[in-house]
Design a protein around this ligand. Structure first.
Ligand code: HEM
Length: 208
């Protein structure tokens, strides 16, 4: 029993960093094409459409949905066991621990909404292709949704970047407090950069 928990936890950690990390980077990269306007984003989306449909669907299920479902379900189990106490101790690490859990809860709700509305309902059921124009109309007509999307992206970025530090601790890569602080500072730097890129591409829908 002890060993099962140990290995499942390691798998949860690996899936979060590698599989979901790649999805996050791909997402930020593709969406940042919006900075180049409709031709750039629609061109990037059209490139993805060149992948034959069955292979694309297989990738969506095998490389995104399955890892995400596993990480989310086991993550909820971990969250339900976690004792958050940032007010009591106030250390940065305690706050990061609590924020890792709070962003996880927020991501559960945000990702269900995002995936159901855009991928399953709009593209899958209604058959409307995702394009720059569709996203721009959606956000400009509903600025509250744009704010929720920015918060959802910030939550995913923080959760991933803080996860780089906890990953290094889980796997014994960062053993002492000094090296842990360096990794934490670097990953928070990455977090700031990715959040700024997100603000830039989301903001571009309102100025172009
Ligand atoms: C969908 C909802 C999600 C839930 C409920 C969730 C839950 C969790 C929890 C509870 C942890 C801490 C594990 C621990 O302390 O042992 C964690 C770690 C992590 N998560 Fe998530 N997560 C979610 C989505 C994501 C996403 C979208 C990404 C990537 C963008 C991600 C990447 C990571 C990484 C890299 C770690 C660090 C692994 C480690 O500490 O070894 N997670 N997640």
């Amino acid at each position: 029993m002890f060993h099962t928990t140990f290995y499942v936890r390691r798998l949860h950690s690996l899936v979060g960093l590698l599989a979901l990390g790649m999805v996050l980077f791909e997402h930020i990269f593709t969406n940042s094409m919006a900075l180049g306007g409709a031709p750039a984003l629609n061109g990037a989306l059209a490139m993805m459409e060149l992948i034959p449909h069955p292979i694309f669907l297989g990738l969506e299920i095998g490389a995104i949905a399955a890892p995400l479902l596993f990480h989310a379900i086991y993550g909820i189990y971990i969250c339900l066991q976690a004792k958050n106490n940032p007010e009591r101790y106030g250390y940065v690490r305690n706050w990061q621990f609590a924020l890792q859990r709070w962003t996880a809860w927020f991501l559960v709700v945000f990702l269900v909404w995002h995936i159901f509305y855009l991928r399953i309902f709009t593209k899958g059921i209604a058959g409307v292709p995702i394009s720059y124009e569709l996203l721009q109309n959606y956000f400009v007509a509903n600025p509250v949704y744009a704010v929720l999307y920015i918060l959802g992206m910030f939550a995913a970025i923080f959760h991933f970047c803080n996860g780089i530090t906890t990953f290094c601790m889980t796997w014994g890569i960062a053993k002492g407090p000094r090296v842990q602080n360096v990794i934490s500072a670097l990953s928070m730097g990455l977090c700031a950069v990715l959040c700024l890129v997100t603000l830039a591409f989301m903001g571009s829908y309102f100025v172009m």
